[in-house]
Every structure is written in C-alpha cells, then in structure tokens.
Write a protein that binds this ligand. Structure first.
Ligand code: ZN
Length: 501
C-alpha cells in the first residue's frame, strides 16, 4: 500500500481511538460533577469496560504493525505526518513494553493507593499508607525498567508527563530557581512583621449565583468559547476535553471571591489551550497538547501572570463592583494586595505564587530519592519536615498538613510534580516574549484586549500541538531555552510591590 494511504489509515484509526477516549472522558466528567452517589458502582464498570476496549484497540497487532511500517519510512513523510507517526510510535513503544499483568497490577495498586490515602489523610496516619506506598514505589521502578532498563527510573517515569525532559535538566533549572527564591522568602518574612495594608479586600459576602455569573463572564472575556464548552462545579476543579467540547469546573466560597475566581482562571487557561489546538489535526499528536508542563504554563499564565496583574483588575473592577455590593468601597490597591499576598505556608495547593515552587522543588527531590532508594518510605515524614524547615522555615505538626496532603504519590504519579514548576517557568518566559511582540501587556489587559494575548499564544503554543517537545517549543516561541530568570524577575517585582504598600 502506498505510504500516503497507510498514513490516512493511521489518521482514521487515531480518530476512532479519540472518539472512544471522548466517550470515556464524558463518563468521567459526569462522575466528578453530576453523578448520583448510588450510580458510582455501575459507572466504575462502564468506565472499566470502555477503557479496556480502548486499550485493546490501541495495542491491536494490526495497529502496531501499521505504526511500525510508517515509522520505518519516517524520512519519506511530509513534516506534519512525520510528527504524527513519531509521537504515536513513541507512546506505543512505551505501552507495548509493559506486559498486561504488570499494567493490571499497577492500575489496581494506584486505585487502592488513592483509596487508602483518603483514610490515612483523614486519620493523620502515615503508617496506614506506608506499606502500600513502598509497593507503589517498587512497582514504578519495575515499570520504568520494563520501558527502558538502560535509563534512570525517574527519567522514564517523568517522560510520561513531560516527554523529552530529564531529571538532570530539571535539577539544573530547579537549583537556580531555588537559589533565587530563598532570598525572596526571607524578604516575605521581614514584610510579615511590618504589613500595613490588610489582604482581605476580597473577603466578605458573595452570593453564589452572582459568583457563577461573574466567573462565566470572566472566562468569556478571556476568550473561552461557551459554544464549545461549559463551566460547572466540582470539589477538586479540573478540565476535561470531550472531543471538541471543553468542560471546565470550579468551586465557590461564599466568603472569599478569590477561591472560585482563581480556580476558574486556572481551569480556563487549560481550557483555552484545548480550544486553541489545531482543529484540522483533531485526534492526532499534532492536534494534542504538548505536555503537562506546557498545559500548566497556560493555566498559570492566565491565573497568575494575567489574573493577579494590575491591568487585569483595572479592567475587571467595574464589573466586580457592579456584581458584588461588598466590593463597592474596596480600593483598587487593596484588591491588588489581596490577590498577591504571600507568606510561607504548609499546604501546596493554597500556597502563593512566590513560595509555590519551593513546595514543588522539595517534592521533586524527595520523589527522586525514593525511586533511587536513597530514601525509605518510612523516613519520608521526617525528610518532609526537614525540607520544609530548610526551604520555607515552617514545619507541619502533623502528617495531614505534611507528607499526606497530596494524593499524587499514593496514586502512583511519581515524576508528575515537576510539571507544575515547569509551567510557572514557561509561563513567565511566554509572557515576556508576548510583551516583546505585542507591547506593554499591562495596558493591553487594562483595556480588556485579552484576545490579542490569546492570539499570540494560539500562534506560538496552542497550534503547535506536539510538533516540538516542550523545551524546544518554549525555545522556539521565546527565542531562549527555558530558564528560571524571567520567573524570578516577575516574582521580584511582586515582592517589591508588596513591600511598597
Ligand atoms: Zn492545572
């Protein structure tokens, strides 16, 4: 069969897989939003059945042969087709090296881990999780060795989320990032004692229905297309793409406007990325997000770089005042302080923009040590407290606020945490490149010209899909390889602002 026909066959098959995945995503989205509790068991069965079917299709011998045949002729393919074949083959090669028994054992262990974690966290009982966590670490080592016995286990697992990245690359970036952040944390401590302006301007009484309307309006103004998406509510906000339809979720607090608004901005950033992917390449690697780090760069860009800027609030404040009576007397400055307030704290998900990445760097080091065997699971709570003391200067007095706060490790996601910090770093670099191209962004945001910024991101990030790996994508978009410099500069401006009010 001519090469072009084989490629068309590949695309048709990838579309079929993407349709099955979309159906699976709809079941999962519904489970997290509207599913009545009594239907959980049957829903788990439906998800299991569909996931099994999808896996069967993705590993069918005829499909593997097709991909291998195309990959052997890679230089003859036109560049776009070559990307689709290269990335499909890369994923498949990982999958096919894992035998079915190991895949089953691994996913059962992860499901059990998540369940046991809920109880262990509730009861502040690390010992209840430890034996299972040790088995999870051991299984992940076996998975990594099965995929590539030549490479460091951490690198192999990391690539599940950030293809092309390695622990050595991250270690270099994160070491300079931490060295730049530690003096900022010192300054935050100094500022805490001398704080003048209270950071409570967005605390008050905010009716939930008014918040729903307001958050939808904000997502719409950023450019989120509600003809191809929704905004609903979930306990842990997430974004799910169902074919060409993007579902955002958020959550609200009737007493703090920030709680819902910044979750919405974050998820809208993920959603804008998904909506900006090349529609003509839907279902193929070229029409799929590059990596988790790049995904996080988009959510963090809208949440932090845009959503906490003065320009954004200059634009938004009239609408916010018109919607919420409690904001009528709040000054512009007090609101900007309220959304940028920062202090060392215990919980990653509640951390401010300045201290957040120290929480991530610490997890990166701990999970690497766990995989290498340099750190035993039983020593983890102690190592956690020691790292918190060394980097943030605050120490949890229980494991619920320490090592048990995140589900990732219990759910088998080792190598996932770094993508959050990469996202912050990529976002700062992309914002700076966008500013060089578009002119001062703060005045652009103050004028509500969000689509101009979105257009730049569409051209330089969204439409590229998986054409490049993440570090090359950022280099191509910004002209310089990823580095912590621009993130540190952004955070230095922030702390200088906080010190000035
Ligand atoms: Zn996110």
């Amino acid at each position: 069969m001519p090469l072009q026909n084989l490629y068309e066959k590949l695309i048709a098959t990838l579309h079929f897989h993407a349709d099955l995945a979309a159906a699976l995503h709809l079941l999962e989205w519904d489970q997290e939003t509207f599913l009545p509790a009594g239907a959980l068991e049957s829903r788990a069965r439906q998800i299991g059945a569909l996931a099994g079917l999808l896996h069967e299709q993705q590993t069918a011998p005829a499909f593997l042969d097709l991909v291998d045949r195309l990959a052997s002729d890679l230089p003859q393919l036109e560049p776009g087709a070559a990307v689709d074949v290269r990335e499909t083959k890369w994923r498949l090669d990982r999958e096919r090296r894992l035998d079915a028994a190991l895949v089953r054992e691994r996913s059962a262990l992860h499901a059990e881990g998540r369940g046991v974690w809920v109880i262990a966290r509730r009861d502040n009982d690390f010992a209840a999780l430890a034996p299972l966590l040790a088995r999870i670490v051991e299984t992940e080592r076996r998975v990594a060795a099965a995929i590539d016995p030549e490479r460091d286990a951490y690198d192999v697992l990391l690539e599940e989320y950030e293809p092309g990245a390695s622990a050595a690359m991250l270690h270099g970036l994160f070491t300079s990032l931490r060295d730049g952040l530690l003096p900022l944390v010192e300054r935050l401590r100094g500022r805490l004692a001398a704080r003048r302006l209270p950071a409570t301007a967005l605390c008050g009484a905010f009716a939930l229905d008014a918040q729903r309307t307001f958050n939808r309006l904000v997502a719409e103004r950023l450019g989120f297309d509600f003809q191809r998406g929704r905004l609903d509510e979930a306990v842990h906000p997430f974004t799910m793409t169902i074919g060409t339809d993007v579902r955002l979720t958020t959550r609200y607090d009737a007493h703090d406007l920030r709680y819902g608004l910044y979750a919405t901005l974050h998820e809208a950033g993920h959603g804008l990325y998904e909506q900006g992917l090349d529609a003509s390449a839907w279902g193929t690697p070229r029409g799929t997000a590059c990596s988790l780090g790049v995904h996080e760069s988009q959510s963090r860009l809208w949440e932090n770089q845009v959503g906490r800027s003065e320009g954004f609030w200059r634009h938004l404040l009239p609408a916010a005042r018109a919607t919420f009576p409690d904001l009528r007397d709040a000054s512009f400055e007090s609101i900007v302080v309220a959304v940028n307030d920062a202090r060392p704290s215990l919980i990653r998900t509640e951390a401010d923009e300045i201290t957040y990445n120290l929480h991530i760097i610490m997890r990166f080091e701990l999970e690497r040590a766990l995989l290498r065997g340099d750190l035993g699971v039983n020593d983890l709570p102690h190592a956690w407290r020691e790292c918190m003391q060394r980097t943030l200067g605050v120490v949890p007095d229980n494991d619920r606020d320490g090592v048990l706060q995140d589900v990732h490790w219990a759910g088998g996601a080792l190598g996932y945490f770094p993508t959050y910090a990469l996202g912050s770093l990529f976002a700062a670099q992309l914002m700076s490149a966008a500013e060089a191209a578009l002119g001062p962004l703060d005045s652009l945001l103050a004028a509500g010209d969000f689509p101009v910024l979105l257009g730049w991101l569409r051209d330089h990030v969204h439409r590229c899909g998986q054409t490049y790996r993440s570090f090359d994508l950022v280099t191509a978009a910004t002209g310089t390889p990823p580095s912590p410099d621009l993130l540190l500069r952004h955070l230095e401006h922030k702390i200088a602002f906080l010190e000035s009010v």
